[in-house]
Design a protein around this ligand. Structure first.
Ligand SMILES: Cc1cc2nc3c(=O)[nH]c(=O)nc-3n(C[C@H](O)[C@H](O)[C@H](O)COP(=O)(O)OP(=O)(O)OC[C@H]3O[C@@H](n4cnc5c(N)ncnc54)[C@H](O)[C@@H]3O)c2cc1C
Length: 487
């Protein structure tokens, strides 16, 4: 990948000493750096494995005004630190987006009545809101969100006495769209993997507006990178070992570079930690931390961008897909697409398809051209229109990214059983003298806004404050975890 951020990789072969070492230059790592600088602390380095910063924020510029967000798409709500930052640097677009917009079509071209869509939508939202109660109370709770949603929806259908058989069938088909949409929204494989108990741990206090970033989400990354002093950000530097003793943390990198630090803020994504945490840390992390890494869910969603010569869809904002025959034995990857939305703010004719579940993995191994051909067949089938072949197809591959391995985290049924959550991951790691030496940061460490860019940003900020306590005051940390209780 091209390095458009002008950061060099110097001093490859010496051990460098620093106060705070930040691993990962996604939004969490950069937020941590900003917090250190805001506190006039300059003795830090950021190590990033990839050839550019941003992590899961990645914008592809097709033309000056056509930008594809390969990763994070929106800033959620105005009471959001990234909205405040974006506003300050004039990066917020006036244009808001909406999910599930446009028309709902079935594979036999049937178009659903918007009133019915609205009715089912309200019922599903009511059920999901009710599911939040289990987090705050000690009443008995169902195992998964999927189970609860299904049971409550059946109850609702049984209460709709005036519906004839056909209406009930239509409602079930729309419900099925919601299930696929929620699988995508939560980046899981099935709603049966989501803990009903922990569903309410995600805070919806931030409004759910979908705010676009002018010039791409990456322009926020550029603003944060521009604040960094020269040579602080080391790109193409993959950390392979993090070891500590009573005084120092020692870092080894794949390129042979070594670092020593007083404190480490590790923003390595959960997908990567799941694969490598046992090799990466010496001593091993505390058992409860290993459980959190193993049990917090992390799967993928992917996007399929179809660029057409002509805007053949007129004024339709999007096509949401439902199936007549959903329970067919031969389920294909395209059954996991929720729909195709028009790309806002764009001088080209582009639709974005959203895919989750198992399909998100399968399309990563299919050539883009083939994905495009299949999507056109699908759009023809659902719309009955003469959909032309796309000029270009681009699809994301988040599960194959060797430094990420997925999209974002969710609180799984296993988390509930093991009593771990994002809060567990956010607790500092202590050395044998009970002194904090390292803390994780990133989207998977935010107690209430895990999975989001603002959660990652706040987590980076909060964990940098812990680092400051350590390096400025050498304060012990009573809420941390020691490696003593290893299995
Ligand atoms: C398709 C998609 C859509 C999304 N949509 C939205 C959305 O609309 N709104 C929203 O709020 N959020 C969205 N998200 C989630 C959001 O992008 C993430 O929560 C957030 O960007 C995570 O930031 P982070 O800093 O925690 O991690 P990352 O951005 O993943 O940064 C971690 C960095 O660590 C680096 N790294 C990994 N291993 C090593 C190593 N060994 N050594 C050195 N560096 C390493 C990685 O290369 C990476 O750059 C979306 C994500 C995806 C994938």
């Amino acid at each position: 990948m091209e390095n458009s951020f002008n950061f060099s990789n110097e001093n490859r072969n010496q051990t460098r000493r620093t106060g705070v070492l930040i691993i990962g230059a996604g939004i969490a790592g950069l937020a941590a750096a900003k917090t250190l600088l805001d506190n006039d602390y300059h003795d830090f380095i950021i190590l990033e494995a990839q050839s550019k910063p941003g992590g899961r924020i990645q914008s592809l510029h097709l033309t000056e005004s056509t930008i594809l967000e390969i990763g994070a798409q929106w800033i959620h709500g105005t009471k959001n630190p990234l909205y405040t930052l974006g506003k300050k640097y004039h990066l917020i677009s006036e244009k808001r987006s909406q999910e599930g917009a446009g028309i709902y079509l079935r594979n036999d071209r049937y178009q659903y009545d918007p009133k019915l869509i609205m009715e089912v939508d309200q019922e599903v939202m009511r059920i999901l809101t009710d599911c939040e109660q289990f987090y705050r109370s000690s009443i008995p709770y169902p195992k998964s969100v999927g189970e609860y949603l299904q049971d409550r929806f059946e109850e609702y259908l049984s209460r709709c006495e005036n519906d004839n058989e056909e209406i009930q069938k239509l409602k079930r088909q729309i419900f099925n769209w919601h299930v696929r949409f929620q699988v995508i929204d939560n980046s899981c494989q099935s709603l049966n993997d989501l803990s009903a108990k922990l569903w309410g741990s995600y805070s919806l206090s931030i409004e759910q507006d979908h705010i676009n970033v002018c010039n791409g989400y990456e322009s926020i990354i550029k603003v944060l990178c521009n604040m960094l002093p020269k040579n602080v950000l080391q790109l193409g530097t993959c950390v392979t070992a993090i070891k500590w003793n009573s005084n120092t943390v020692f870092i080894d990198c794949k390129n042979g570079q070594k670092y020593e630090a007083d404190f480490v803020i590790c923003t390595i994504p959960l997908g990567y930690l799941k694969r490598y945490h046992q090799k990466l840390f010496q001593p091993q992390l505390p058992k409860i931390m290993c459980d959190a890494i193993d049990k917090i869910g992390f799967w993928a969603i992917n996007k399929i961008f179809l660029k057409f010569e002509q805007k053949w869809w007129g004024n339709v904002q999007g096509f949401q897909l439902t199936w007549n025959d959903f329970d067919v034995p031969k389920r294909q990857w395209y059954h996991d697409i929720s729909g195709f939305d028009e790309l806002p703010r764009c001088d080209l004719n582009i639709l974005i398809g959203w895919i989750g579940g198992k399909g998100a993995k399968i399309i990563e191994d299919i050539p883009e051209e083939e994905v495009g051909i299949c999507c056109v067949k699908l759009l023809k089938k659902f719309t009955g229109l003469n959909v032309p072949n796309p000029e270009r197809v681009i699809r994301s591959k988040w599960l194959s990214n060797p430094y990420i391995y997925g999209a974002y985290c969710y609180h799984s049924v296993d988390c509930d059983e093991a009593q771990v959550s994002a809060e567990t991951l956010s607790r500092p790691i202590l050395n044998e003298n009970n002194v904090a030496v390292m803390t994780f940061a990133g989207e998977a460490c935010h107690k209430t806004n895990f999975s989001t860019t603002h959660g990652a940003y706040e987590s980076g900020h909060n964990q940098a404050n812990i680092a400051l306590q350590k390096v400025l005051n050498n304060k012990n940390c009573s809420t941390g975890l020691t490696a003593d209780n290893i299995l």
